[in-house]
Design a protein around this ligand. Sequence first.
Ligand SMILES: C[S@@+](CC[C@H](N)C(=O)[O-])C[C@H]1O[C@@H](n2cnc3c(N)ncnc32)[C@H](O)[C@@H]1O
Length: 289
Amino acid sequence: MASNKISPVKSSQAGPSKTVFKEIHPVKYRKAAILPRVKLFNRVKWLLKEKYHNKPTRQFAKDIQRLKNGEPRDYVIGFVEFLGCKINLSKKPLIPRPETEYWMQKAIDTVSLNLNGRPNFEVKILDIFSGSGCSGVSVMLHVKNTKVVFVDKGKKCIDQIKINCALNKINKKRYKIITSDVFSNVTGKYDYIFANPPYIAKTSQKKIQKSVLLYEPKMALFGGEDGLFYIRKFLKKACGHLVSGGKIYMEFDSIQKFAIEKLINAYQYKNFTFYKDQYNKYRWVVISN
Ligand SMILES: C[S@@+](CC[C@H](N)C(=O)[O-])C[C@H]1O[C@@H](n2cnc3c(N)ncnc32)[C@H](O)[C@@H]1O
């Protein structure tokens, strides 16, 4: 299991302070021990600095209670940093995870490289299962000449994406936000598709951290009995929304690697490569047609 150490990361122009200390989450969603006192103390210290700028108020006392109750720190603070973007969490979407940040950084590098030396070329990106909008917002913030279509089924997520695009000062001409059950309302073809579908198997529910189960949206977490319900639906149709030579980046749970490989072959995609996350677990796949 990854450690819970506190490590400094670079702040963004959108962030509230010069140095932001980011707690490294345990491996995605995994059950953790009961919040130890020292961890609670660190979270309170963080909260006071980041949200209250070291000036405690009545609301600060209420927030401490929320932390004691086990509510995720990021909801209490109200935002997270994601690849230099400030991501507001007021509508309680899934809290973006460091594993997603890790592969999105690689995706952004690839998109930038693709645009290198082609100043008039425009890249069309689909951020499906977008949640807070962290993936689409970060690629637009870092790579000029990108346009993003966000897709989510949840009404609150649609509102959250609007908030996050505005917060990060993304020009409205660069994005569209669509309510859709996977691809049902999606049209057109894209150069890149970024997907982080709900993929936890119902049978794995017992292994999930209590605070995740209590506070994060179930709709963002579970993918049916085997966790592959949305992955199947997604892979079946994604090929039809990819330009020739386009790329899909899809996140999954490491135990699903073999099943996903079979699905990719069954849907006759030409190329694919599986990658490990920063905790040495298979976490995402890049697929092309
Ligand atoms: C694992 S979260 C990913 C959120 C975000 N992309 C991230 O990486 O933090 C999955 C998202 O899929 C959305 N979702 C669930 N079922 C869906 C469906 N049938 N069609 C479209 N989106 C769906 C959920 O609302 C949730 O926001």
